[in-house]
Design a protein around this ligand. Sequence first.
Ligand code: SF4
Length: 469
Amino acid sequence: LDNGFDACGAGQYQDIEELLVGHFGLRRTAYVHSFGCQQNEADAQKLAGLCVKMGFELGPEIDSANLIILNTCAVRESAQNRALGWIGSLKGQKQRNPNTIIAVFGCMSQLSDIAERLRSSYPYVDIIAGAGLMHLLPVLLQKRLREGKTVVDVTKQASITESVIEHNKNPYKAWLPIMKGCDNFCSYCIVPYVRGRESSREKQLVLKDAARYLSGGCKEITLLGQNVNSYGKGLKDGGDFPGLLGELDAMDGDWWLRFMTSHPKDFGKRLVDTIAGSRHICRHIHLPVQSGSDRVLKAMNRGYTTREYLKLIDYARSRIDGVSFSSDVMVGFPGESRKDFEKTLALVSKVGFNAVYMFIYSPRAKTAACKLDDPVTKQEKSAWFRELVSLQQSISEEQNRALVGRRLKVLVEGKSKKREGLVGRTQGDIIVEFCAESDEDLTGQFTDVQIEHAGNASVSGRRIARANT
Ligand code: SF4
């Protein structure tokens, strides 16, 4: 099963149409759900695109779907348990409607023990396929319908799906994968084992996708990769990440360019200078630090010290006007002491991130860290975690308060779920809730908002004018 339909270029969709009509009837709906990171979200958009190509309508309701696709995550145990919970809850639906096809894709099913567990304990799952195999959906579905038994493909291939056009229900915002896999082997991380080694997409293909999104009205493109800063390794055209950003930035229009995830060890001065001189790149950098203790960073195999990290932050601040930072921090890495944790608190205070995504260490099989002694109790780790959350909340609130009275450009995301009015984000990734004087649907447009109030998670205000730039 090494080629998707599009990849081998044959017009096989006609073949599968007969099978699909025979199994589901003429009208069929698919439900696609993604767990975990933005890369998974981008993969899920490709899966949704393939569903549309096979004649499925995409529905918001899992209960009435004929084809259910879950794109799973294995980065933390909690994400894995959540996905298994969802899969467990589908048993009843399958019993009520045995024609429902359930497919489980992604990093979790890439793990051989989980694939085996899915096969033996969840026999109603029809398709089990690993990460990077979403382009095979039509082939796997065809095989399942022809042979009538569970199809499993968890071969390791972090392939880049070039020929599949994604389905994006918010086309003003695009996720654009530029690479897959990771070579870093941070000692706690399962990604290199499930997504494979790093490989970059050819620059021309990335540029072509970006041009397609922008001509379709897209206002924000986020470049995705496990370590975008090392983009280009192994490419024949000799491109690198600052070069790619430069070419993307030359594209006209009123739009924002973001990227994630960056690795501090590969984030060089040239990249900072590229951002400083750009028109479209947001002045906001997500730069995961993970720990404020050099001892812990070494045990994590992160490849930088806190001194180097802080030097990079200082350089970026000296070169990029108004730059802000967010980060990822892990609490309770095996062997982390209270003293190490206090160094993390000190670093978080010193940098003044506008947001920190915090996690308690979750042991993952196969990784080097899961073999280390871990004497700190779960209760103690939870208490540290709460301490860090409370520190960051006060920092975020203080930073947000400094925005009161300012007029900010916001990309509107739609109706607010929390209060009456709309919600959007600034280029600094601050959530802005605001009211507008009319009922006009501003989703996907830039507007200006006068900030009047601040909390630790968002700011709020009122729309004052539509921005021209
Ligand atoms: S850089 Fe480290 S944390 Fe990020 S995906 Fe690679 S191994 Fe995992």
